[in-house]
Design a protein around this ligand. Structure first.
Ligand SMILES: NC(=O)c1ccc[n+]([C@@H]2O[C@H](COP(=O)([O-])OP(=O)(O)OC[C@H]3O[C@@H](n4cnc5c(N)ncnc54)[C@H](O)[C@@H]3O)[C@@H](O)[C@H]2O)c1
Ligand SMILES: O=c1ccn([C@@H]2O[C@H](COP(=O)(O)OP(=O)(O)O[C@H]3O[C@H](CO)[C@@H](O)[C@H](O)[C@H]3O)[C@@H](O)[C@H]2O)c(=O)[nH]1
Length: 430
């Protein structure tokens, strides 16, 4: 099929490259000319394992990019993969996706054939039909349900494993309002369903919107519960990882997302839990449990700092921060736990020396004035303490490097460094 994807960030690029790999012809539309140029040259604009290969193979061929929304007229369906960030009060800011829907509507006004518009972005129930559907109707002068349909297809990929997750999902959720939309959306997913046999959930649009928030709120709350239990474990000198490995054997709990530590970050859990809380408040409901999950998450970086302070008061000290990305495998630093950790170190008068294998440039935008080094070895050299914030595999291999620290105090927020002779080691929850 001929597909257009609006937005070429973490989701849009991955989805476009994977759909091209599954045999569709895909056009990415983005307002950023550099991104468009990179894609047409066969280069991925973001760091994601396996993505470079797919974009190199299909870029400029089955996968093309443009800044021109007019390209949607040559396609059968358009996916909107635009940001839906938080407003200052945590509620969802739909201004970017509304602008995209307006441009899309204007372009669709001069398309004769039926078109399907699929919202891929995470949006609160009602947004796809009441907000975006109405904007497209107004801008195109066409009728929803006749000339075009809207649908909602939430995305569950994780950064750091986006390609693998997209091509091998547990489930595909197709939220549609009528049979025609369902047929076209199903046709888009047919090659993926054939190749990886995921569960296919056919549901309403509002349900599809809510499934995404419920999924993320469940996982974020699961990790916060594990962090709370981990904090209690630490107080009683109990190894939280042994406890979690055991409870994970209960099928009803499951073994994944039981890693306690410095908490969840990224572009999704923080903003989506905040948006769900705000959406609940708007209807007069008090979402106590999700609010508590957020509160626990905010405490974890503070606990990391407290453990450091027990051994090294950071004032005037050189402190290494190992890991800046919000998780391994990505260069994304949005809501990374490294941000509150570095802020807290600066507030306490420490000199921060930071290292990450791929996220340094992105973190430089938040903290232009701290020292960035090219290796964990260089960060540890002469440091009075080290805080481990991201569980990059390479940190597990660190050994003699700790000997070059002035004071080898290591506070591990991710259980990636091994406890060993010669260093003062503190695990956050073990
Ligand atoms: N990042 C994830 O892991 C993930 C996973 C599932 C769902 N989501 C959801 O997907 C959506 C997109 O997230 P993302 O992380 O890919 O965003 P992103 O910020 O990485 O990318 C967005 C892209 O949209 C482009 N853009 C902005 N305004 C535009 C416009 N008017 N027209 C065309 N292009 C425009 C930007 O230049 C950018 O390249 C969000 O709703 C997010 O919640 C994200
Ligand atoms: O046991 C765990 C698992 C995760 N995390 C942290 O949780 C955050 C989120 O991790 P992960 O979920 O792997 O990455 P994301 O790319 O943010 O993916 C989440 O958010 C996406 C955007 O909505 C969804 O598509 C995914 O399904 C959902 O997992 C990271 O800071 C992790 O370090 C933990 O602390 N402990």
């Amino acid at each position: 099929m001929e597909l257009s994807i609006v937005g070429s960030g973490y989701v849009g690029t991955t989805v476009a490259a994977c759909f091209a790999d599954l045999g569709h012809s895909v056009t990415n539309i983005d307002i950023d000319e550099d991104i468009v140029e990179q894609l047409n040259d066969g280069q991925a604009p973001i760091h994601e394992p396996g993505l470079d290969e797919l974009v190199a193979e299909h870029g400029g061929d089955r996968l093309t990019a443009t800044t021109d929304y007019g390209a949607v007229r040559e396609t059968d369906a358009t996916f909107l993969a635009l940001p839906t960030p938080s407003r200052a009060d945590g509620s969802i800011d739909t201004s970017i996706i509304e602008a995209g829907a307006r441009s899309l509507g204007e372009a669709l006004g001069s398309k004769d054939d039926y078109h399907l518009v699929v919202v891929k972005s995470t949006v609160v129930p009602g947004t796809t039909e009441d907000v975006l559907g109405s904007i497209i109707e107004d801008a195109s002068n066409e009728s929803r349900g006749e000339d075009f349909d809207v649908a909602m297809n939430p995305e569950f990929l994780r950064e750091g494993s986006a390609v693998e997750d997209f091509l091998g999902p547990d489930k595909v959720v197709l939220g549609t309002e009528n049979e025609r939309a369902n047929e076209r959306l199903s046709a888009v997913f047919e090659p993926l369903v054939e190749s990886s046999a995921p569960a296919v959930v056919e549901t309403g649009i509002r349900e599809a919107e809510m499934i995404k928030y419920a999924n993320n709120a469940f996982l974020a709350t699961k990790v916060s519960l594990v962090n709370e239990l981990g904090n209690i474990c630490k107080e009683y000198d109990v190894d939280a990882y042994e406890v979690m490995d055991a409870i994970g054997l209960d099928d009803r709990i499951g073994e994944r997302f039981l890693r306690s530590g410095v908490g969840w970050g990224g572009s999704c859990f923080p903003k989506d839990t905040a948006a769900l809380v705000a959406a609940a408040h708007e209807k007069g409901y008090e979402p106590s449990l999700v609010e508590a999950a957020i509160e626990v998450n905010e405490k974890q970086p503070k606990r990391l700092l407290e453990l450091l302070e027990d051994h090294v008061p950071p004032q005037g000290k050189r402190i290494a921060v190992l890991g800046l990305a919000f998780k391994p495998g990505t260069d994304d630093v949005r809501n990374s736990r490294a941000i509150p950790v570095i802020e807290a170190l600066q507030n306490r008068g420490a000199t921060v020396v930071a290292y990450d294998p791929v996220a340094t440039e992105n973190m430089r935008e938040h903290f232009p004035d701290i020292e960035y080094v090219e290796s964990a070895t260089a960060a540890l050299d002469g440091a009075d303490g080290a805080l481990v914030v991201t569980d990059w595999d390479e940190f597990a291999a660190l050994d003699d490097e700790f000997e070059s620290m002035t004071d080898p105090v290591v506070v591990d927020g991710r259980r990636i460094v091994e406890r060993r002779e010669g260093i003062t080691y503190e695990g956050l929850t073990w």
